[in-house]
Design a protein around this ligand. Structure first.
Ligand code: ARG
Length: 483
């Protein structure tokens, strides 16, 4: 196999000990600017803070420092306005920024990299990026929770069959079913918050791996970047990506929750079910069958969870054989993090849209409860009314169901006389017990499906969300007054 002959001038940033530039294929395998340019905001911010620290510690002159700070600001503007030319020959975001800084301010640019390395730089950038990603995922996930709460409240007393083994099991309320997802997302959020807390330490100043002999102030840079402290060990700071793995694991779990909800939407919207109607905005037609409305958004949410799970797996495999400290394999971590964050964000947002727009065929749901879904209610009633042990009442009700099956009818179509032949304690009240609405109304045990419970759960979840908004607002105001 051949590749292009390398031209003759080495990389201006680390080329001192090199006499030729890399082979073309080396440049291709080595470059990460195609994806890590997404770190530009975090990279420039961290460089600005690093530079201010170098000035205030007397490590670089205020003149050079000011030129660097101004240059960085200009680069930020060029990138946000789409005027910046990213170059693969400068490998990654860090060297692209630094090379442009040299274009803008000349040799003073060379002072910026004092007392740091790309190793602590990239670890810092990625932590900052994931922190931002967690914050925006938090927004998207709480928005989804709100849409679920609205529908749950609207359908607090809408009855539907609850399933086990995908067999109609007992009547439940649709509101209660939706609230199950509010709980799942709440745990996803709490996992992300935990991850955020643990990742919020600053690698900056760990330098290549050993720290530095310059009198830097890592506490200052950590504080200014919103980290609660500097990472305690310089080798750990540059070599672990457990924070990214935790993020991916949280994201994968959340994506799995969304995928299950997506699967239910697909099922409920299917022609035989018709429990719900998804809006035109989230469905597509068929190019051949004019009658079709396909739940594409839900199917894609189900599919994209695979990407997020894959990202977690990839990063775990990437990490497992790596010696300390930095190795180039770590460059690929970002591909997984970006992929997962993008997929999860689009899934959360599309799910919120679908839930908001979804309409519910309450009559179809009710009709689907028309099997013998209240057979358990009858068995429970016999325990309470006639003091029959549950195992026996279960067997008796089994016999009653069998009788109904033989007559091709349901329990409520049987006469009292028929039922009394199997259990004499049964009275006329049985029809009240077999009623679907009475059944769900009776499920008032803590966390049960009763409409009254659903309304309380919705109210509590709303209060929880409001309280968290308040906390975030207070934290943001605190951050603003501190900076
Ligand atoms: N682009 C690299 C990455 O993302 C930056 C760190 C490079 N460090 C090095 N020692 N070559 O990992």
């Amino acid at each position: 196999m051949t590749h292009d002959k390398a031209p003759k001038s080495p990389n201006p940033i680390w080329g001192g000990r090199f006499s030729t530039t890399p082979a073309e294929i080396m440049e291709r395998i080595n470059t990460s600017i195609g994806f890590d340019k997404r770190l530009y905001r975090q990279d420039i911010r961290a460089s600005q803070i690093h530079c201010s620290m170098l000035i205030s510690q007397g490590i670089i002159s205020p003149e050079d420092g000011t030129a660097i700070l101004q240059g960085l600001e200009q680069i930020l503007q060029e990138i946000t306005e789409g005027r910046f030319v990213f170059k693969t020959e400068f490998e990654d975001i860090h060297m692209n920024v630094e090379a442009r800084l040299a274009d803008l301010i000349g040799s003073a640019a060379g002072y910026l990299h004092t007392a740091r390395s790309r190793n602590d730089q990239v670890a810092t950038d990625l932590r900052l990026w994931i922190r931002d990603a967690i914050d925006s995922i938090h927004q998207a996930a709480t928005h989804l929770q709100r849409t679920l709460l609205d529908q749950a409240e609207r359908h607090a007393d809408t009855v539907m069959p609850g399933f086990t083994h995908l067999q109609a099991a007992q009547p439940i309320t649709f509101g209660h079913h939706l609230m199950a997802y509010v709980e799942m997302i709440e745990r996803d959020l709490s996992r992300l918050a935990d991850t955020r807390l643990r990742l919020n330490e600053s690698p900056l100043g760990a330098a290549a791996l050993a720290g530095t002999s310059f009198p830097i102030d890592r506490h200052y840079t950590a504080r200014e970047l919103g980290f609660h402290q500097p990472c305690l060990n310089s080798i750990d700071a540059v070599s672990d990506r457990d924070f990214a793995i935790e993020f991916l694991s949280d994201a994968a779990l959340c994506a799995v929750h969304l995928s299950r909800l997506a699967e239910e939407l697909v099922l409920w919207a299917s022609t035989p079910f018709q429990f719900i109607y998804l809006s035109d905005s989230f469905t597509s037609g068929s190019s051949i069958m004019p009658q079709k409305r396909n739940p594409d958004a839900a199917e894609l949410i189900r599919a994209k969870s695979g990407r997020v799970i894959g990202a977690l797996q990839s990063l775990l495999v990437l990490m497992k054989g790596l010696p300390l400290a930095y190795v180039k394999d770590l460059q690929e971590d970002k591909v997984q993090v970006f992929e997962a964050a993008d997929a999860l964000t689009v899934c959360l947002t599309a799910m919120a849209g679908m839930i908001t727009d979804m309409s519910v065929n309450t009559e179809v749901m009710r009709a689907a409860c028309n099997g013998n879904l209240t057979a358990t209610d009858l068995a429970d009633w016999l325990v309470m009314k006639a003091r029959i042990p549950f195992r026996q009442s279960h067997a008796k009700v089994g016999n009653i169901v069998k009788l109904a099956d033989e007559r091709c009818c349901t329990l409520k179509d049987l006469t009292i006389a028929d039922m009394q032949k199997i259990e004499p304690a049964i009275t006329n009240d049985v029809y009240r017990v077999l009623d679907i609405d009475n059944s769900v109304r009776s499920r008032t045990s803590f966390g049960g499906t009763a409409p009254a419970n659903v309304l309380i759960a919705v109210g509590e979840a709303r209060r929880r969300l409001l309280a968290k908004d308040g906390e975030r607002g207070r934290a943001e105001r605190r951050d603003e007054t501190e900076t």
